[in-house]
Ligand binder design. Structure first.
Ligand SMILES: Cc1cc2nc3c(=O)[nH]c(=O)nc-3n(C[C@H](O)[C@H](O)[C@H](O)COP(=O)(O)OP(=O)(O)OC[C@H]3O[C@@H](n4cnc5c(N)ncnc54)[C@H](O)[C@@H]3O)c2cc1C
Length: 608
């Protein structure tokens, strides 16, 4: 199916464009899982990623000096997570998003702290904003667990390192009625519990979807991956999407990658990335599309105004407001995380290089706890704490090597919402910050922090050093807003039952389009109880099942190769579901048997 107009194809006569059943934009956790599940079902899938490789396995080259001669990049080594924020060249963060977002293979999962929580039932409840069609979510979490189990002891020798923070923080929590548990063994239990941090690391290295789902996808002939490919917008004719506009003219005429007649585009470019692509495709609030209209290059790709689709893209955003406290205790060993990329402690580097064990086999988080608290508005909100043996060098009166930090997040049921959008430079950016918009969120945080601090005097030798000589209330009131950012943005393209308050329907299809889907953090309607990647990845599992069900888990597509408008005659058919899996690639017989084979497969398809 020719998806570019005749003028375009006559200008670029020698560009061949393969049409795909699914073009997925963005190789973050959601995009990778979608690519794997759809290709597993026999679909012809193209995964486009704007960034380059990350881990050594994917061809990454960013190897710290002390690991020279290995394939261990900074993204492989969990203990280098905290150093990301202090290196000069942060090329792995998106340069056109004004907050931190990963622009590299794996997206956020390649640059995040790796904290990984299986969602609980309440995270996917109607009360938490999900449509009822999504609430039977446990089977999808099970699918995720099978492919990507969590660990709370990531070092290959099974030993936990730097546990002083856990010991001291555990004493504080014991004194306040918290109970220790293996957190992911019972995800539904979150009331006054604490435990070791769970990660998605594998064999002492960063694991995540890149080291699991992407591996299986890559092994399939019907899966194609292209990196360094930026998608600006979808190409559409009204509600019918016909392809995506990329910056790579080798992929198709003027860089347009077409989809098959029954094909679909799935945006998995993250909360900021997917929202921007929608605006640039003429989908979203009019004020945002007007900004696109004012940019002459981007305006050229906008559909006519009559085809603009007004949806609340970028609204309903939430992110955990988080406040950090600092403590000192003589037992502590504050780890020099920031310098570990160039100058790690020599024994730790040697141990890690030997067999991926030791301190560097985990990122900095050591202990997590949860509780609920009811605000003055009667709403029960959830609270998460994460403690790390890390500190700050600007505290002259304190021994800098004996500090640990506690980050307290307000999570599920917070009532504040913000908005994200684009500015005139087309950077994706928060327009209304989502933290403490509702004063009850703030007062709830203050009461939680006061509760924690009240227990400090019961732990021998434990001292709160930040805030110091200041009430918790003053500390929170004067806290730098930007530091409250937890990088857990959800809700921009919220799933829901109506286009007046949501962007995608219960099948994750963008309202008022025939074949455009969004599957990533942005469809999650409200924050889960813990750091969100487990929720996002299991949501992708459910979305894949729903999208496959929509297409009857079956595809028979003519895989058109355009060259100056000429069909070179490739044929590809597959079907799955009840009849098992059959994949026919006609390229082998392209010279002589193409028409016959295509006919046979079409006949088989119609019989079955
Ligand atoms: C510093 C940091 C630390 C974090 N720590 C944790 C943690 O410990 N635990 C946790 O659960 N969560 C954590 N998070 C959040 C978590 O990583 C994200 O919620 C998650 O990665 C979102 O997944 P996603 O698939 O929606 O999008 P993303 O991970 O953002 O992936 C989107 C992908 O799309 C690509 N892309 C974007 N735009 C385009 C385009 N136009 N064309 C082509 N490709 C495009 C990007 O390069 C990226 O690879 C952290 C986030 C950050 C930034």
């Amino acid at each position: 199916s020719a998806l570019v107009d005749s003028e375009e194809s006559s200008v670029l006569l020698d560009v061949a464009a393969t049409a795909y059943d699914f073009v997925i934009v963005g190789a973050g956790p959601a995009g990778i899982i979608m690519a794997d599940r759809l290709s597993e079902a026999g679909k012809n899938v193209l995964l486009l990623e704007r960034g380059g490789p990350s881990t050594g396995e994917t061809g990454g080259q960013d190897i710290p000096p002390w690991a020279n001669g290995t394939t261990l990049t900074r993204f492989d080594i969990p203990g280098l997570y905290d150093s990301e924020f202090s290196v000069k060249d942060t090329y792995f963060f998106c340069k056109d998003v004004t907050v931190q977002a990963g622009c590299i293979l794996g997206g956020g999962s390649s640059i995040n702290g790796g904290l990984y929580w299986y969602p609980r039932d309440l995270d996917f409840s109607v009360a938490n904003g999900w449509p009822s069609a999504w609430t039977d979510h446990a089977p999808y979490t099970d699918k995720l667990k099978q492919r990507l189990p969590s660990t709370d002891h990531p070092s290959t020798d099974g030993i936990r390192y730097l546990e002083q923070t856990t010991t001291v923080m555990g004493q504080l929590l014991d004194g306040q009625g918290y109970v220790q548990q293996t957190i992911n063994d019972d995800p539904d239990s979150k009331e006054h519990i604490y435990g070791y941090t769970n990660f998605d690391f594998i064999d002492g290295k960063r694991g995540g979807p890149v080291a699991s789902y992407l591996r299986t996808a890559k092994a399939r002939p019907n899966f194609t991956y292209k990196d360094y490919t930026l998608v600006s917008n979808v190409v559409r004719n009204g509600s019918q999407i016909t392809g995506v506009q990329t910056n790579d003219t080798s992929l198709g005429p003027k860089g347009v990658v077409p989809i098959t007649d029954n094909g679909s585009v799935i945006l998995s470019a993250g909360s900021f990335g997917s929202s921007r692509i929608l605006f640039m495709s003429g989908i979203g609030p009019t004020d945002m599309i007007n900004i696109v209209q004012q940019n002459s290059t981007a305006a050229a790709n906008l559909p006519p105004m009559a085809q603009w689709i007004n949806l609340p893209v970028g609204q309903n955003i939430s992110d955990n407001p988080s406040i950090k406290l600092l403590f000192t205790h003589p037992l502590l060993d504050t780890y020099p995380w920031a310098s570990a990329v160039n100058n790690p402690r020599p024994a730790d580097a040697a141990q890690y290089l030997k067999d991926q064990s030791g301190v560097l086999a985990a990122s900095s988080a050591k202990i997590n706890f949860w509780r609920s608290v009811t605000g003055t508005d009667g709403i029960l909100r959830w609270v998460q704490g994460t403690a790390r043996p890390s500190g700050s060098s600007n505290l002259p009166t304190v021994n800098a090597s004996q500090i640990f930090s506690l980050t307290v997040y307000l999570s599920e049921n917070i009532t504040s919402r913000g908005r994200i959008g684009i500015n005139s430079a087309l950077q994706a950016t928060p327009l209304v910050d989502p933290w403490f918009v509702d004063p009850v969120d703030k007062s709830t945080m203050i009461s939680v922090l006061n509760d924690i601090v009240a227990g400090v005097s019961n732990v021998p030798n434990l001292t709160l050093i930040q805030p110091n000589n200041q009430t918790i209330e003053d500390y929170v009131n004067t806290y730098n807003k930007a530091s409250m950012n937890s990088d857990h943005w959800v809700g921009a393209n919220k799933i829901g039952l109506s286009p007046s308050e949501s962007v995608v329907d219960t099948n994750t299809k963008v309202y008022n389009t025939n074949n455009l889907f969004v599957v990533d953090a942005s469809i999650v309607p409200a924050l889960p109880v813990g750091n969100p990647q487990g929720t996002i990845m299991s949501a992708a599992e459910q979305a894949a099942a729903k999208i496959l069900a929509l297409s009857g888990n079956m595809t028979l597509s003519t895989n058109t190769s355009l060259s100056g408008g000429t069909n070179s005659g490739m044929c590809k058919g597959s079907f799955g579901g009840h009849f098992g899996f059959l994949f026919l690639d006609c390229r082998l017989w392209i010279q002589s048997f193409v028409p016959l084979l295509c006919h046979i497969s079409l006949t088989m398809y119609s019989i079955l």
